[in-house]
Structure formats: structure tokens, C-alpha cells
Design a protein around this ligand. Structure first.
Ligand code: SF4
Ligand code: FES
Length: 160
């Protein structure tokens, strides 16, 4: 596991409040990256593959605990894009087609597809993102649970 940031990987919460860092978890067949500030606690990861995504273990992401294809499939369920992956042969995640945009009741936009997200910090190619709909996020343009969305669990069914 390569930690590109300066923060810690806590045992109880994968999302420290101030952690604009990218963590990298290397496996034999797949590398998983985690961007803490993008995580919205949808828990698709820990519910989908608890042998790989386990908050009680260190590191909390252990890609070699399941087949790379299975790890990739569960990473793709992460609605926020906090989790991403690339396979050992450098195959990247295929974007959903067609691209979809879904507005949630609290204003967030859940988008999936071949995305180019532009912000003051530049452009990022994405396949999944949850965009702030209220303007309160400190991690624009992504939702960070600072606004009316705070406290609520991410609706797993609506996230897809
Ligand atoms: S699925 Fe994504 S948004 Fe949900 S808890 Fe895991 S990393 Fe966070
Ligand atoms: S919609 Fe979540 S912070 Fe704005």
C-alpha cells in the first residue's frame, strides 16, 4: 500500500475530516486508490466485499483478498468515485454507457459515464462522481456532506 498523503488511516472511519489525499493500495492483479474527501459513506465497498474492504484491519483495503475482477466490480459500485482502480495490465475502468445523471432529493447530482469534470483546480477524467448541488461543499465540485445532505446516509438504491 502506498500512502501518497500525510494523514492517517483511522480504524473507525475511512474519511477523516481534513484529508485531501489519495491513498493507493497495491495488489497482485489490481491497484485500488482511495480519495478520502470524496467518500460519502455509501458503504457499497464494505458491504460488497468485506474481505477486501474492512475498516477494522490495516490497511483497510486489501486487494489480494479477492479476485481482481471481483474487486473491480465492487469498486465500480462506489457512487462518489472515492474508490478507483486499475488492473495490473493497466486496464482502466470502463465508463458506463450511456452516461447517466440523476438528481437526488437533496440536490446532489449522481453522475456515471465518460466524464470530464472541470473546476478551479483543473480537469479530471472520471467515471463516477457525486456533485454538490447546494454550494456548501468545501471540496467543490464534489459533495462532501457539508450541506443539507449532511448526516443522511447515501441512498444506495438511488446511487446507481
Ligand atoms: S463505496 Fe465509496 S463512497 Fe461508499 S463508503 Fe466505500 S469508498 Fe466511501
Ligand atoms: S450537496 Fe452535499 S455538500 Fe452540497
Amino acid at each position: 500500500m502506498t500512502d501518497r498523503g500525510t494523514g492517517t488511516d483511522t480504524a473507525t472511519d475511512p474519511v477523516p475530516d481534513e484529508a485531501p489525499k489519495l491513498k493507493e493500495y497495491d495488489g497482485e492483479g489490481i491497484t485500488v486508490t482511495f480519495e478520502p474527501r470524496r467518500c460519502l459513506h455509501a458503504a457499497e465497498c464494505v458491504h460488497g466485499l468485506p474481505s477486501v474492504f474492512d475498516l477494522a484491519k490495516r490497511p483497510w483495503v486489501r486487494p489480494d483478498e479477492a479476485a481482481p475482477e471481483l474487486v473491480a466490480e465492487v469498486v465500480r459500485r462506489c457512487p462518489s468515485g472515492a474508490l478507483r482502480y486499475h488492473l495490473a495490465d493497466d486496464t482502466a475502468e470502463p465508463p458506463d454507457s450511456p452516461t447517466t445523471v440523476r438528481r437526488m432529493p437533496d440536490g446532489r447530482l449522481v453522475v456515471r459515464g465518460d466524464l470530464l469534470v472541470r473546476s478551479d483546480r483543473g480537469e479530471r477524467h472520471e467515471t463516477r462522481a457525486v456533485l454538490c448541488g447546494c454550494g456548501a461543499s468545501g471540496n467543490q465540485p464534489y459533495c462532501d456532506h457539508s450541506g443539507p445532505c449532511a448526516g443522511g446516509d447515501f441512498d444506495r438504491a438511488d446511487a446507481r
